[in-house]
Design a protein around this ligand. Sequence first.
Ligand code: SF4
Length: 302
Amino acid sequence: MQRYNRLSDYLKKNFGKKLLKLSIDGGFSCPNRKNGNKGCKFCSQKGSGEFTNKLSSITEQMNLQKNFLKQKDTGAYIAYFQNYTNTYMPASKLKQMYYEAIKFENVKVLSIATRADCFNDEIYNLLEELSKKIEVWIELGLQSSNEKTRDNMNIGYDLKTFKLCVKKLKKLNIKLIFHIIFGLPNETIIDFKNTIDYVNELKPWGLKIHNLYIQNDCELYKDYLEKKFKLLDFNSYIDALIMAIENLDKDIVIHRITGDGDRNKLIYPTWSKNKIKVIGQVGKILKEKNSFQGKNFKNKIK
Ligand code: SF4
């Protein structure tokens, strides 16, 4: 019995197999890193895309990734624009890059990670056009539904903007994924639960849950050294995941439940390097409790 709605099951059901993710660094930057702004405090110098290798062309990068991951190759791919803010360029330039990516052999999904304040009508139109040719996923970094936490983390825009963007994207034939983090400074399980409730309310197609990880190249590292906040240990993170799964709408596809940064730069938590342990422990507890995704979800009809 599958106890939560996993991406791998969705892919097998809809594409007949797992798809290999080919991460792309399109040479983007981020509006939150302009004019002396240092970006979100948890963001690494590579813009949260640790495994890309920027070369001259997108095709070249995809070939390189395919080669690098050849043991996992299934012959079908997700073109994943990962580093920084992947809608932060004029629509004409985006069009050129996105089309190059979807022309790569056997790409089934175009996946774009970005911020909710980096869209305009031209970009919405482009995404709509693309969604008629290929499955399009847009990943938005929510991180937390607590405005105070978002401000402290210097995310740089409010939930009103987030909600507005979600509303617009939902009108297009696009699959939305939210990215959230458990363990941000001063947050407790109550904040994590509130974030899950907020996710349920906006109901994206997919959700990525990360533990906070601190690399030595992010702003938060200084606060970590000064012991300015309490860190989430392994057991508390597992408890948070169980709570999240039990409270999450069962329709939402869970893309991930761990975060992995650059191992050479990772300071805390070292336990997150062992993804299998995290996933295994969650599966074990759900089984012991005979629990599953959505067990405690209550649909609030508005
Ligand atoms: S929006 Fe993304 S790329 Fe920009 S600073 Fe925040 S995490 Fe980094």
